[in-house]
Design a protein around this ligand. Sequence first.
Ligand SMILES: [Zn+2]
Length: 445
Amino acid sequence: MSDVELVLRSTRVITPEGTRAASVAVADGKIAGVLPYDTAVPAGARLEDFGGDVLLPGLVDTHVHVNDPGRTEWEGFRTATRAAAAGGITTLLDMPLNSLPPTTTVDHLRTKRDVARSKAHIDVGFWGGAIPDNVKDLRPLHDSGVFGFKCFLSPSGVEEFPELDQEQLARSMAEIAGFGGLLIVHAEDPHHLAAAPQRKGPKYADFLASRPRDAENTAIEGLIAHAKRLNARVHVLHLSSSDALPLIVAAKREGVRISVESCPHFLTLTAEEVRDGATEFKCCPPIREAENQDALWQGLIDGTIDCIVSDHSPCTADLKVPDFADAWGGISSLQLGLPAIWTEARRRGRSPEDVARWMSTAPAELAGLNRKGAIEAGRDADFAVLAPEETFTVDPAELHHRNQVTAYAGRTLHGVVKSTWLRGVRIAENGVLTEPTGNLLERRS
Ligand SMILES: [Zn+2]
């Protein structure tokens, strides 16, 4: 290992074989080896010793709405990737909607890549979109390197990204399964939503009643049936309803190719604590009751829920009007997901190793990012250094998000991200960023 340029040392390195004291050798932006803790540093290599801070694989966030170009007043590649880097994330996948254009054709994908290229502080890849009239675009998008396709089953909130009905869903899913692609789904059933009481106003209870668990459960049940029939690979986005967990358990047991994510807000915030008018807590599906959250954690721990990703979906402050029916739905958490989840995981007796699996290894696997998601030889030298017992209070002014609206304001969280490393280079230290060095990623194979 004569070409080792850097050695990262910690008494707590999270590896696929467990957490241990180790020295991680880096050469040419990749992990050259995970070596014994007291290995002599090769001549010419630099040593970074993190003491007892935890060395995690860089986080992989497969659910981010960057909104660039087109709605850059909401967020942009520069601000999103700065926030991500400050929060320990080294790879993000951008959702196909809320930007203009949406990522529904190869031309649109090219536009998005051109915009992102010079602004990315971390590695960035793209999901494509499946909408009613673009079945012919799916294969070309796949061939152009998108990681899979997102669709909605109920209105998305923006008119340029319409939802699929059941027939359109089956058609798109069959097309995607035909070339071995992945369909990721916002699963809320439009008929259940339409049948639910729709009361405007500032009361969170009214908003919660308008997005019932049944809407998620029914949509997921239908999705499982299509996936089974077509032998398609599907992924449930932002699971909130814990009542759907038994359906997912049964489907996985039967061999249906389904995976599931949940998000920091569902796992750390509860309906009971949302004040009336506090629309920074509005998202769809909604944050539900504490009892539901306990069941989601159980689903994570038993492996029914595969991963945790942010669903960072920001907007300008003026769109968060105090009426839950009218406010834009979406929660910003790119920079805060790791400490938010670690705080709750710690309280529930889980380890940083669990968090690394949920927030790095599993999302990397979901997207087929086999050079990301673990500290082992051959992978990219992407890391987050976390001081797990240090605390901080969330000050929105310190966030790199373009808009500082956040449901986490004023919360005291455990886990301070000390530094973030991308391909062997420190890109963030105590919230201070270097110049952008991120790459645009394409799906391999
Ligand atoms: Zn989303």
